[in-house]
Ligand binder design. Structure first.
Ligand code: BEZ
Length: 211
């Protein structure tokens, strides 16, 4: 069965470059990003893993762990890590799941046979403290991801989990946000003491409430 937003992220045990783990136990009660890449020793993947390593501190600031996956074995991930450091200047500082039997890839529907029978696509799952799937993105092998966008989406998820707001197109942390349409104007006045501007009755904008 395909995973949908709001579903519990399937638990699993796996071998990783940092030893065996059980996913939910490893994740704990924080946030996690689980992402797959198609294959070790490939160019786009090399740049992606370096980019994620460079951003690890940003994920940590957001109480979010990161974990990668491909269907290659652990010894391949470990040999490839040297190349990633050479090319990008960033040592891989998060676990990479080795999934040669595709157990995790199948659980998370990361193999799309009409794209490739053998390789995982570039999936991203953001999973909340309650182990529920909050966001999913899928890219093809030929398109490297923008991990700043993953951080931006994580900021939105964390903000909107705690306040009755939504974030507009291209929103960045600190920008104005949208009052959810289900809230009455009276409730919005109480809830957002800085006030709001109604551009349309259904589009009310307020300063970011936790700033
Ligand atoms: C890459 O990471 O460069 C790549 C991987 C699989 C297919 C195509 C490109």
């Amino acid at each position: 069965m395909a995973i949908r937003l709001g579903d519990e992220a399937p638990d699993f045990t796996a071998e990783t470059t940092m030893g065996p783990l059980r996913f939910h136990e490893w994740k704990g009660n924080g946030w996690a990003v689980l992402f797959s890449h198609p294959k070790d020793f490939t160019p786009v993947c090399t740049t992606e893993l370096g980019a994620v390593a460079a951003l690890k501190g940003e994920f940590e600031k957001r109480n979010c762990k990161i974990i990668g996956l491909s269907v290659d074995p652990v010894d391949s991930h470990q040999r490839w890590a040297g190349d990633i450091k050479d090319v990008t200047g960033h040592a891989v500082n998060f676990p990479m799941i080795a999934d040669p039997n595709r157990e995790v890839a199948n659980l998370y529907d990361m193999i799309h046979p009409n794209a490739s029978d053998t390789m995982t696509v570039r999936s991203v799952f953001i999973i909340g403290p309650d182990h529920k799937v909050k966001l999913m993105i899928t890219y093809p092998a030929s398109t490297g991801r923008n991990f700043q966008e993953i951080l931006r989406a994580l900021d939105s998820l964390q903000l909107t989990a705690g306040y009755s707001v939504a974030t507009p197109a291209d929103w960045q942390d600190g920008d104005d946000v949208i009052v959810v349409p289900s809230m009455s104007d009276d409730d919005a006045r109480t809830k957002f003491p800085k006030g709001f501007v109604a551009k349309k009755p259904y589009l009310r904008v307020t300063p970011q409430p936790n700033r």
